[in-house]
Design a binder for this molecule. Structure first.
Ligand code: IVH
Length: 765
């Protein structure tokens, strides 16, 4: 059966939309639509292609994964060889490089493109007529491995280039890498699955790309920065390297946002320093920065020496991995009692930071790596992550070392150490009788994002606990200037300041207070959700498991496919309405596949009107366990309930809130107002908002307030959106809202709508 014209058109439209959203998500990191909406478009295209296989083009977004695993990688010969780079290690090396170039070119000052040197693996993408036809690794520079099927799974790699002014044939060169956060996640997953994890992000990137089964590559969130080119035929990238990068961007290729044009050796050296200072905050590993002569004619003139271009050089940073000796393996007890092995090391400088401790995560990890006191080990420090022991250099192990065992008793309080079935973490069972857990709980309580008690540092807390002055957070508020002044390294003045800081911390917010309690797995976001849901501490403390998780009935006769089809139809028809007809009949008449009249009647019973049905999720039709508070599933709920069930915790809370003792309080007026207004059905109860543009206050604060007023805040505009709150410079979301007929409000409109319950920071016109 050949595809009818409307199917051909629809498939083309879907492909174009999916390419666009893919680009927004993977290249610009700025998605316009939700994952669910993307999935719906994707499924629609998949279904069309299944029905009419001739619609399945090689550049279709559905064809990223699909190739069968190969036996081995085929050879791929590069049209223009992939080169390596000479290294500079000092500022003087860079000055020499620049001097040679100025001399060869007879130029006064030379402009360079400067960019980070990513530590991933080099890949060449071959585009013919704008379509990706091959991906290859560097190999020996002349011949690499054909990893086309694997490269196609990388979201940041366009299957076809945007625009039309690309050369007919183009080899794009770049670095494929795994972001640090993704690497940490992958490592954890591999550990959980009992596999040996990759040692560093570069190995992880190489190991993930060089998988014979592209389906495995597809599960690894690889991405790519494009930085250069090989063959260019029938077309032109512009006169400079920077123009070529700008063209790459136009065509939808991902280019490093750190790329700059700098002038002379000084510009290069400055750039190296600036990026070096930010190295720890980047979400990827770099091992240096690269400078390339910007002018492409000058590049040609300068040419090559052996395998390295004369016109480019890498200025390296110190390595992130160093070798040192383990003095001892000790066990630390954290806030929630987790007993964590730590390697105490001979101090060693790792990329500018002295490292003397490294985490070993848990006892299984210690055994897997077989780390022992006396061992020589490789330690690695990346970004803000705690330094870790990568591996043991076994050939350097001295005689007489012993395997490390988990202690049976807590090294701090002597309580039993317990490791639950199937858990990797061992815990001290001492609870708050354990001084280590008390100290950590207090540190957390006082921390900036919790009660924000200025001047109550870790050292001070340790003294307070060790001297038996403070057992729980409420005790902090009972001590006076004289008590604090009696401590080591505390002057009268700092004691005075501390008491004042404690006093200031008494006025807080419900969110901070919940977070400060240090309930297991309750971070700031969950504390925020709990505060918005319960409005006050009393109801939260009284909650049981059923308060968090409900076992909901589904809708008989409606499965996932039908529910999805119905919700999609409603989303695609934001203005459709039953008019005077009964909702059940109207639904049954929509022609949704699988939706029988009896099921339509049950839907109409469950959702009294179309507006609430439009807000339903597929899960609502399927039934099952559902959590009522975002981020609180059964495990977190159990931690919360168990925390408030402990008499000790209830007593401490009572003391903290007692006006004559802790005296902690928070504003409940907005919360209370929201509770009543939600009951009264104000315009915000159950309404869905999207926020865009610049507002008078931080977006998080506005979001929290909208939620406190009963609204739901989501990320993208759809048929389910009730209002778009648009600040200054609102862009595509505003246009989309307008096209869908979604009401657009500014902050003053919102204040009017909520009768002043929402107030912008300062009036604006
Ligand atoms: S330019 C002729 N730019 O470093 C230009 N390379 O030692 C050759 N690399 O194999 C490469 N980031 O894998 C260039 N921004 C960047 C780079 C970069 C990482 C890698 C690349 C290459 C190696 C050269």
């Amino acid at each position: 059966m050949s595809a009818p014209a409307d199917a051909v058109q629809r498939a083309e439209a879907l492909r174009t939309q999916l390419h666009h959203h893919n680009y927004r998500y993977y290249v610009l990191d700025d998605p316009e639509i939700t994952d669910a909406a993307y999935d719906r478009l994707f499924c629609e295209l998949q279904e069309l292609e299944a029905r009419y296989p001739e619609l399945r083009t090689p550049d279709s977004p559905t064809q990223r994964v699909g190739a069968e695993p190969g036996e081995r990688f085929a050879e791929a010969r590069h049209r223009v060889p992939m080169l390596s780079l000479g290294n500079a290690r000092t500022d003087d090396d860079v000055r020499d490089f620049d001097r040679r170039i100025r001399k060869d070119l007879g130029a006064e000052a030379v402009a360079y493109v400067a960019e980070p040197k990513l530590d991933g693996l080099a890949v060449s993408l071959l585009y013919e007529n704008g379509v990706l036809i091959r991906g290859a690794t560097r190999g020996d520079g002349s011949v690499g491995e054909d990893v086309t099927a694997q490269v196609r799974t990388i979201g940041a790699v366009p299957l076809r280039l945007q625009g039309s002014d690309w050369p007919r044939l183009l080899e794009v060169r770049g670095e494929v890498y795994l972001p640090l956060a993704a690497f940490e996640r992958l490592k954890q997953q591999m550990l959980d699955a009992g596999q040996t994890p990759f040692k560093n992000p570069r190995n992880a990137a190489a190991g993930s790309l060089r998988q014979l089964d592209p389906a495995v590559t597809a599960t690894r969130p690889l991405t790519m920065f494009c930085y250069g080119f090989g063959a260019v035929e029938d077309g032109d990238l512009g006169p400079t390297q920077s123009a070529a990068l700008a063209a790459f961007k136009e065509w939808g290729l991902r280019v490093s946002p750190e790329s700059r044009v700098v002038t002379g050796a000084d510009g290069c050296i400055d750039y190296h320093r600036v990026i070096g200072a930010r190295r720890d905050t980047l979400d990827y590993e770099i091992d240096g920065v690269v400078f390339k002569v910007d002018d492409i004619a000058a590049q040609r003139q300068l040419g090559f020496r052996a395998r390295d271009p004369v016109w480019a050089i890498a200025y390296k940073y110190p390595a992130r991995e160093e070798q040192t000796v383990v003095r001892a393996v000790e066990f630390q007890v954290g806030r929630t009692g987790a007993v964590t092995p730590v390697a105490r090391l001979e101090p060693v400088d790792v990329a500018g930071v002295t490292v003397s401790n490294a985490t070993l995560h848990n006892i299984d990890e210690v055994h897997r790596k077989d780390v022992r006191a006396g061992d020589t080990v490789i330690v690695r420090r990346a970004g803000d992550v705690i330094p870790e022991v990568v591996s043991v250099v076994e050939s350097l192990r001295p005689a007489g070392t012993e395997q490390v065992e988990l202690p049976a008793q807590c090294p701090v309080c002597g309580s039993d150490v317990i490791r639950a079935e199937g858990e990797s973490v061992a815990r001290c069972s001492g609870g708050l009788t354990c001084a280590a857990q008390r100290k950590e709980a207090l540190k957390h309580f006082a921390s900036r994002r919790a009660m924000d008690i200025d001047g109550l540092g870790d050292k001070l807390i340790e003294q307070l606990v060790e001297q038996g002055l403070v057992h729980d957070p409420a005790d902090l508020y009972a001590l006076g200037v004289a008590d604090y002044a009696g401590l080591e390294r505390m002057a009268q003045k700092s004691a005075q300041n501390l008491v004042e800081a404690l006093d200031r911390s008494r006025r807080t917010t419900l969110v901070r207070f919940i977070y400060a309690l240090g309930i297991r797995e309750v971070g700031e976001a969950t504390a925020q959700a709990l505060a918005a849901h319960f409005q006050d501490l009393g109801p939260l403390m009284a909650a049981d498991l059923d308060t968090f998780i409900v076992d909901e009935p589904g809708v008989d006769g409606v499965g996932e496919k039908t529910a999805t089809a119905l919700l999609e139809w409603l989303e695609a028809h934001p203005h459709a309405s039953p008019g005077d007809a009964p909702l059940a009949d109207w639904l049954a008449g929509l022609g949704i596949r699988g939706l029988r009249p009896a099921a339509a009647a049950r839907i109409a019973e469950r959702w009294a009107d179309l507006t609430s049905l439009r807000h339903a999720a597929v899960a609502d039709f399927l039934g099952g366990k559902r959590s009522l508070v975002e981020g609180v599933g059964p495990i977190v709920a159990a931690h919360i309930v168990s925390f408030f069930n402990q008499t000790h915790n209830r007593e401490v809370i009572a003391k903290l809130l007692d006006p004559d003792l802790g005296g902690i309080s928070w504003e409940t007026t907005t919360a209370a107002a929201a509770a009543t207004s939600a009951d009264a059905g104000t315009p915000l109860a159950g309404k869905t908002f999207v926020i865009t543009g610049t507002l008078s206050r931080p977006r998080d604060a506005v979001k929290a307030q909208l939620e406190a007023l009963g609204a739901k805040v989501t990320g993208s505009v759809s048929g389910k959106t009730d209002y778009l709150l648009a600040g200054a410079d609102a862009g595509s979301k505003r246009a989309k809202a307008a096209s869908l007929g979604v009401s657009i409000l500014d902050e003053d409109d919102l204040a009017a709508l909520t009768d002043g319950a929402y107030a912008p920071e300062h009036g604006h016109s």
